[in-house]
Design a protein around this ligand. Structure first.
Ligand SMILES: Nc1ncnc2c1ncn2[C@@H]1O[C@H](COP(=O)(O)OP(=O)(O)O)[C@@H](O)[C@H]1O
Ligand SMILES: [Mg+2]
Length: 585
């Protein structure tokens, strides 16, 4: 087995984390493999009895003996083969299961920054295809090395036992194989990684196509999308062909060398038999063993190719585990009532994506139980402030505190229970409305959920549906309107009942009719908690205790509506433009 030095730690990691637990079972499987494999040697040797004791000596009394012998050999092979295959497949499936589970667990813990860089399609490919390819090629290698290894050993033992000179002649060509096989291995190694990369690319494109189906149709981009996908298929085809050519080349060479060995033995063997120093049975056994050697030898020669395929996937899987979340939560737990009511404070907060400054010098305080608003043009950094509060991202410099406690000193569980977020486009799952609301609080009773649904005016539309709250909403909520999805998001917030409520343009997807309904329920919701609303319609925030005006990542004004209208030029402009728009409608 030819594993490059830099791959050794990888292999060790895989062995220790995934294979080691199964060595006991694998060892037993190996025993059955040795039985299946060595039966080939026994079979080839028993040919000698068939010829010498029955056919050549015309002794019919031995027929039964030889028949029973051959039948038992095949039965043993069949039973042993069945058992070790089942055992190996079972271990292989267990490894896939654990590997995929751990990968998903790890990916769920990665922060949003990581998921923005890695497309869902490529991650799906890593979790599903790579773990499968890895585990399957490992089991393929194991099965080949075990079963074919023992076949080879037993057959070689038989041919050397019959005549070592014949054997040496037959294997004469093997040293000439070493160089070309090493060359081909190098080729296969480089192609195996490339092959997985292109297969993954194809999956990524498919994921993007099906996610973007509506936009593709509206832009009439079906043809160009199909062409782009076909281009990837073309390259994948080429790369795959090169990989297979490399892998097929090795057994082909073995066949040629084998033919030469065969010819030589035939000539020498015939001479020995005619001179009487060897029996016909021995020659036939030798010949059968030689013929049987090449199949396992061919498969064994492919082992290194399969290892390369496994390594390519192992590398991709390992890279996923190497990524560590950059946002680490505290393990501290504190007394339960500390956060019954929540106040918030930003101190000199600065955040950038790589070199690109997003918000800077952010200073403000939010008092317990107040309702607050953030306004500003799109792209000014409003959602970024929310992401900082929920720790989807962390400030580069500066501090954010809840009741005087730095966010970095609050555990993940605690922080999540403190905050409810209603986003512009909340995620829906292909389950019932009831389950989609339950997402806000997994342990909630049906009664609680129905109450939340009522308060968020979900009934308004769910009552019209045949199955009511038990209606399945389709992939990503596709059978609902934007406003209906939004009301489900708000129902989640009602259910969570957290002391801090963050609303990111919660009514932007709604028509003015349902906006009024939702506005009513939101003001109901905000009575109980501290709220911060990113408002796109300023009429809704006139009564806020505090408004933050954001411009290009900086706070350019904060205070109550009345004073801001006079003091902040930006705010009064924003307000005026909306009032004018309203009058136009
Ligand atoms: N993952 C990201 N990488 C780089 N820039 C980003 C990323 N997310 C948001 N931005 C940029 O940050 C700025 C503020 O975005 P955001 O806070 O969403 O604005 P708002 O909510 O006020 O419309 C925008 O210029 C946006 O392009
Ligand atoms: Mg935003």
């Amino acid at each position: 087995m030819n594993i490059q030095d830099d791959k050794k730690p990888l292999f060790k990691w895989f062995w220790n984390s995934y294979v080691r637990a199964h060595v006991g079972v694998l060892f037993i499987a190996l025993i059955f493999m040795s039985i299946e494999g060595s039966m080939l040697g026994v079979l080839s040797y028993s040919i000698k009895f068939l010829f010498d004791n029955v056919l050549v000596s015309n002794d019919t009394s031995s027929i039964l003996f030889v028949a029973v012998l051959i039948f038992s050999i095949f039965s043993m092979r069949a039973i042993a083969g069945f058992i070790h295959r089942l055992m190996t497949v079972n271990v292989c499936q267990k490894i896939i299961k654990i590997l995929q589970d751990r990968m998903v667990g790890h990916l769920l813990n990665m922060d949003v920054g990581f998921h923005q860089k890695n497309s869902p399609g490529s991650l799906m490919d890593r979790v599903r295809a790579d773990s499968k390819a890895l585990s399957e090629s490992v089991s393929e290698v194991f099965m080949t090395v075990g079963r074919d290894g023992f076949s080879l050993i037993s057959l070689i033992a038989v041919v050397f036992f019959i005549d070592w000179k014949w054997s040496l002649i037959a294997f004469l060509g093997i040293p000439f194989l070493v160089m070309p096989i090493l060359l081909l291995q190098g080729l296969v190694r480089s192609r195996a990684g490339e092959n997985r990369d292109f297969e993954s690319k194809a999956n990524v494109r498919l994921d993007e196509i099906f996610h973007g189906i509506t936009d593709i149709k509206l832009n009439k981009a079906e043809k160009s999308e199909r062409n782009k996908f076909f281009d990837i298929l073309q390259v994948t085809h080429k790369v795959r062909l090169r990989l297979e050519a490399g892998m097929a080349g090795i057994p082909a060479m073995i066949d040629i060398i084998a033919a030469i060995g065969f010819l030589a033995v035939m000539i020498f063997g015939a001479i020995d038999i005619t001179s009487g120093s060897k029996t016909i049975g021995e020659f036939m056994s030798f010949f059968t063993a030689m013929a049987l050697i090449f199949e396992p030898l061919r498969r064994l020669s492919n082992v290194s190719g399969n290892i390369q395929v496994a390594m390519a996937s192992l590398e991709r899987v390992f890279k996923i585990f190497e990524e560590k979340p950059s946002i680490v939560f505290s393990n501290l737990s504190r007394n339960e009532n500390e956060f019954d009511k929540v106040g918030l404070e930003f101190e000199s907060v600065y955040f950038s994506y790589a070199e690109k400054k997003i918000v800077e010098n952010i200073n403000f305080e939010i008092e317990e139980g107040t309702s607050n608003a953030i306004v500003g043009y799109s792209g000014s950094g409003k959602t970024t402030l929310f992401n900082l509060i929920t720790r989807l991202i962390d400030p580069i410099t500066g501090h954010i505190r809840i009741n005087g406690v730095d966010l970095t000193d609050i555990s993940l569980k605690e922080l999540r229970s403190l905050i409810s977020v209603v986003r512009q486009d909340g995620m829906m799952f292909d389950e019932t409305i009831l389950e989609n609301i339950r997402f806000g609080k997994p342990m909630a009773s049906d009664l609680e959920i129905r109450k939340a649904a009522k308060m968020a005016y979900v009934d308004e539309f769910s009552n019209e549906l045949k199955d009511g709250l038990n209606t399945v909403v389709g992939p990503r909520g596709s059978t609902l309107s934007g406003g209906q999805r939004q009301r489900i998001s708000i129902a989640r917030a009602f259910l969570r009942n957290s002391p801090l409520l963050l609303l990111d343009e919660p009514t932007s997807a709604l028509d003015s009719q349902s906006e009024k309904l939702i506005q009513k329920s939101l003001s109901e919701l905000s009575k109980k908690s501290t709220t911060i609303t990113i408002a796109h319609r300023l009429s809704t925030i006139v009564d806020s205790d505090k408004v933050l005006v954001l411009d290009n990542g900086k706070i350019v004004g904060q205070g109550k509506h009345d004073s801001l209208v006079k003091e902040s030029k930006l705010y009064s402009n924003l307000f005026k433009s909306q009032v004018e728009k309203k009058n136009d409608e």
